[in-house]
Design a binder for this molecule. Structure first.
Ligand code: EPZ
Length: 421
């Protein structure tokens, strides 16, 4: 395993480029490999372990996929296998995205039940319910999900659970509905930017979709989808992470390749904390002329404040003057990073889904452990702001969602070394 050794007290200055959006690439690659009847080319694809893991899953199903210079060449599966094995699916929950497309294309699927992870049990009842609405017979046995249907049939459904809309279930059902007979209406659909990007990709393949960007998606089934070429949107969460890194080190960074409308809530909340964000058409300049103020943050589905930015903003608020409150409303167990930040001298108290952060004057470097990709990212940001040396272990979590994080940060003044653990 590898770890990052971070020398603290560095002020970031310069331009940080944002890569393609991980959570858009994953479902889009599935759609291209399983639903399409021709080669697809995806541009602006980040070189992430999650992308490589999904590539292995899709190649296991029979697709031919090449990755070169941030471009994925995807030759769909002609003799489609219908089974996604445990040893690959367990590595990445997003492998569950193959379930709906396999049933739509092949009429059957056998996919390992995805594991939970550090941020909660991660159930898939909405995925299953959505496919059953489309007429699939689904059963779970010995850790596998078996789904089959002669041909899926469009219908109306409401696809929101107790924690709000589901990104994954929306993606799964949306992809399956493109080849179903008749019209499907998904009410309570997730409308994150990556779901809109997936829907735009499916339309470019020939799907008939209305309501993109809203919580009501109407899909008229078609017989066939063709291959197409697509440039993936930039990663809103990576951009938000770099904005926090600039703020927490009181630097002056330009985060390039993100638009305000992709991250309205992140921009709003970070500005409320006293950070200055100067937007232009290609990105945003981040400066922190004044003290960071304590604020209250509640995570919510888009366009609310994204749960995937909760850890990062917690790290920034550790150094605020005053007290902040964070309500984590999307995932049931997403505060593991609080204990690691407290090891660095932060003052965070947890109470169920709430975190109370009393700002401190400074953090001190310490050995800490990444528990998921966003928790890892906040430990890197905190390490850069802290005095002394921070060692972040289990860096593989970070590499799942951040392309060469230390290279991008060292280019703007950080002092981070990657070493074998
Ligand atoms: C996606 O996960 C993202 N992953 C997550 O990002 C992100 O945190 C999450 O959406 C919320 O935005 C990818 O896109 C690959 P959900 P997903 O289904 O689809 C509950 C990251 O950091 N739920 O929107 O698994 C669920 O437990 C990762 O990049 C059900 O109850 O999330 C959660 O509380 C971490 N039943 C809530 O809904 C279901 O069938 C939202 O989950 C599905 C979900």
């Amino acid at each position: 395993m590898e770890k990052l050794i971070i020398k603290g007290g560095t002020r970031l200055e310069g331009t940080i480029p944002v890569s393609g959006c991980k959570n858009a690439v994953l479902p889009i690659a599935v759609a291209a490999a399983i639903l399409g009847d021709g080669v697809s080319v995806l541009h602006n694809v980040p070189n992430l372990t999650d992308v490589m893991t999904l590539r292995a899953v899709l190649q296991g199903l029979g697709a031919t996929i090449k990755f070169k210079n941030s471009t994925l060449y995807i030759e769909p599966i002609n003799h489609l296998e219908h089974e996604a094995p445990y040893e690959l699916v367990r590595k990445m929950r997003a492998s569950i995205y193959v379930l709906g497309p396999l049933v739509a294309k092949l009429g059957k699927a056998k996919v390992s039940f995805p594991g939970g992870c550090a941020i909660g049990p991660r159930p898939i009842d909405l995925h299953i319910r959505g496919l059953e609405h489309l007429g699939a017979k689904v059963m779970v046995e010995k850790g596998y999900i078996y789904a089959q249907a002669e041909r899926l049939t469009g219908t109306e459904m409401y696809l929101t659970g107790q924690h709000g809309p589901s990104v994954g279930a929306t993606a799964n059902v949306l992809m399956a509905a493109t080849l179903a007979q008749g019209t499907t209406v998904i009410r309570g659909a997730a409308c994150e930017p990556h779901i809109s990007d997936l829907a735009c990709f499916l339309k470019a393949m020939g799907a008939d979709i209305e309501g993109i960007g809203t919580s009501v998606l109407t899909i008229r089934g078609v017989k066939q989808l063709r291959g197409t070429e697509h440039t993936v949107i930039s990663d809103d969460i990576e951009a938000g992470t770099f904005i926090v890194a600039g703020a927490i080190t009181r630097g002056d960074v330009y985060v390039k390749g993100i638009t305000h409308q992709q991250i309205p809530a992140i921009s709003e909340k970070i500005t409320e904390a006293g950070v200055e964000l100067d937007w232009d058409d290609n990105g945003v300049r981040v400066t922190t002329p004044r003290e960071i103020r304590g604020i209250d943050v509640s995570t919510a589905p888009f366009p609310g404040f994204p749960t995937d930015m909760q850890a990062q903003v917690m790290g920034m608020l550790c150094l605020a003057s005053g007290t902040s409150l964070i309500n984590e409303n999307v995932h049931t167990d997403r505060f593991i990073h609080a204990a690691e930040l407290n090891r660095m001298g932060a003052d965070i108290m947890l109470d169920g889904g709430k975190a109370i952060i009393n700002g401190v004057s400074g953090l001190s470097g310490a050995p800490v452990m990444a528990s998921d990709l966003r928790a890892g990212a906040v430990l890197v940001a905190a390490g850069m702001a802290a005095s002394g040396e921070t060692v972040v272990s289990r860096v593989y979590h970070i590499d799942r969602g951040y392309e060469s994080i230390e290279k991008k940060l060292n280019n703007v003044g950080a002092n981070i070394k990657r070493v074998k653990d």
